[in-house]
Ligand binder design. Structure first.
Ligand SMILES: [Zn+2]
Length: 285
């Protein structure tokens, strides 16, 4: 069940859905413009957000910014007629590669077989769309390379390209007046690889970059909206694991033992999974 939550009068968000891979959608309400952060995984996802905004008496958005090219963040764009869409140049280029694709079962199976698509996304697409594969890739109107600042009237949004393992085009959205940093999927693993993986170098670079934003609230698009304290706990864990991955590349047993010694307890399920991602990221294949 998705809910539409006011973090403050100027920043609202709709919660994610794991089964169909719907990410969190952000809404930044300014005096002159309202911005959506990400377009949703389908027209129905975008329309669910509109219905929730209407129910709260919020003005319809005039702008939408995309965090990266993955289907679950962009397929809602075709429902957002009349909005000005914004993305990094890299995101637009990667979206353009999707234009020739068909989305029926046979085409999805074919792309999974050839390694272009992954089963995780193909399954979620089937679940979100059922047999009605009406999705249409719409390219964004405004592009930027590194940074773009939007003045929405009384509140700003800074879009910053950060890249990372998950998607090289990843952009984060920072709302300085609210001290909110919308991470998108930037800190997640690379899912478009033979095995899910993270690299130490990209993770450490990204964490250093994210540390430059003065935020109290962080949005993990497929997770939760968390406090600075909670984010810093995850950040420190990732940083520690990345350093261990540099020191003991590909060595799951030693990474695990060293980490357990450092924290004084056995690794939990999340840490175990991340260690596997870093091990996968150290291998050549
Ligand atoms: Zn993604």
């Amino acid at each position: 069940m998705q809910t539409f939550i006011p973090h403050s009068p100027r920043f609202w968000y709709m919660t994610p859905v794991a089964e169909t891979d719907r990410p969190i959608l952000g809404v930044v309400v300014g005096e002159t413009h309202t911005l959506l952060i990400d377009a949703g995984n389908s027209e129905s996802h975008a329309n669910d957000l509109f219905a929730a905004m209407d129910a709260e008496g919020l003005k319809r958005p005039t702008l939408v910014a995309l965090t990266h090219w993955h289907w679950d963040h962009i397929f809602g764009l075709s429902a957002l007629t009349g909005l000005v869409s914004i993305a990094s140049t890299d995101t637009k280029n990667r979206m353009a590669r999707l234009l020739p694709y068909e989305w029926d079962d046979a085409s999805l199976d074919e792309r999974v077989k050839s390694g272009i698509e992954i089963p995780f996304c193909a399954d979620a697409i089937r679940l979100e769309f059922g047999t009605e594969r009406t999705m249409r890739v719409v390219l964004p109107t405004v592009t930027f390379d590194d940074t773009l600042t939007l003045d929405l009237g009384g509140v700003h949004v800074v879009l910053k390209h950060v890249g990372g393992d998950h998607a090289a085009d990843s952009v984060v959205a920072y709302i300085p007046e609210e001290k909110v940093l919308f991470l998108g999927d930037a800190l997640y693993a690379n899912l478009y690889a033979p095995s899910w993986r993270m690299t130490a170098e990209a993770t450490l670079r990204l964490l250093d970059l994210l540390d430059r934003f003065d935020a109290d609230v962080y949005v993990w698009s497929h997770g939760e909206v968390v406090s600075r304290e909670a984010f810093e706990k995850d950040r420190d864990m990732l940083r520690e694991l990345a350093h261990l991955a540099l020191d003991f590349p590909g060595n799951e047993a030693v990474m695990t033992a060293q980490y357990e010694q450092k924290v004084g307890r056995t690794v939990n399920e999340e840490e175990r999974e991340l260690i596997t991602f870093f091990v996968n990221g150290s291998s050549e294949t």
